[in-house]
Write a protein that binds this ligand. Structure first.
Ligand code: MG
Length: 274
């Protein structure tokens, strides 16, 4: 038995060394993935960083940029519509903050995040007032503009007719949503949006902007390309511009409420430069 101990210790040390070198019990005798320096099930492939999800569905995960948590508009500034694109002013956002929400003050102007985003995951909750009035584009109209340019429409489209590419969830003036999944006025609704920014290389567009959008958990747009920045009564047209912009909420002279707004810049896969 005494002679066995060194052998057992050597085996244990060997196993410990293998575990250290191959902590995930992966494989290095498998083929390389095409174009990548990693084997299939590679034990040395870097792991993604850990993100703690919100305690309840819809709550911000640990790495989110919280843009409104129910307590004030410190992350927002006033914005105004320019001739071709939104421009952000230095003035304070003048919308009304209530108990856990804020709402449009009609005529006070649009509001923009102080921070700019390119590719981004965005969560926004919104509600039409219970006694919403008006018709078509005048009935609870607001909007979420990615990069300050690309609108997902906010409107009361529960039982209110308007043109399809202008109803709630539309990529305004371009693509109606795949389905109408709106709730009644007076009920909170959720947008979960994945936006990809356009790419311009040496003044030429090499990638279009695109949107993936869920309304109340229902898919409205599946990586749908924008024809260009949102525009009224005209064909959209791209123009080279910056790779990031603010998220803007629209004052369309109607009262609409918002709450629980957060964003996560979209991460990159770990892959070699092409
Ligand atoms: Mg709008």
């Amino acid at each position: 038995m005494r002679k066995l101990w060194p052998a057992l210790l050597a085996v244990a040390a060997g196993l410990a060394l293998i575990a250290q070198q191959n902590p995930d019990a992966g494989f290095t005798d498998t083929p390389l993935l095409p174009g990548l320096p990693y084997h299939v099930h590679d034990p040395y492939r870097p792991h993604p960083k850990v993100v703690r999800p919100g305690a309840l569905p819809g709550q911000p995960p640990s790495d989110a940029v919280v843009l409104f948590n129910g307590k004030g508009l410190s992350q927002w500034t006033a914005a105004k519509l320019g001739t071709a694109a939104y421009t952000v002013s230095a003035g304070p956002a003048r919308w009304k903050v209530g108990d856990g929400y804020f709402e449009v003050v009609p005529g006070s102007g649009d509001i923009a995040t102080k921070r700019k985003f390119g590719d981004v995951q965005l969560h926004v909750e919104w509600m039409e007032p219970p006694g919403v009035t008006g018709t078509s584009q005048g009935r609870g109209n607001s909007g979420v503009f990615l990069m300050g340019l690309y609108e997902i429409q906010v409107l009361d489209s529960y039982h209110s007719p308007t043109y399809a590419d202008g109803q709630a969830g539309a990529m305004y003036g371009q693509w109606p949503p795949l389905v109408n999944a709106v709730r009644k006025p007076g009920e909170w609704q959720t947008y979960d949006i994945v936006f990809e920014a356009p790419v311009f290389t040496e003044g030429r567009r090499t990638k279009s902007a695109s949107m993936t959008v869920f309304l109340n958990g229902v898919l409205l747009h599946n990586h749908k390309e924008e024809m260009g920045p949102t525009i009224y009564r005209q064909v959209p047209k791209y123009k080279p511009g910056p790779s990031e912009g603010p998220i803007i909420l629209q004052d369309h002279h109607n009262i609409v409420r918002y709450r629980n707004i957060w964003a996560r810049p979209v991460g990159q896969y770990d892959e070699p430069e092409k």
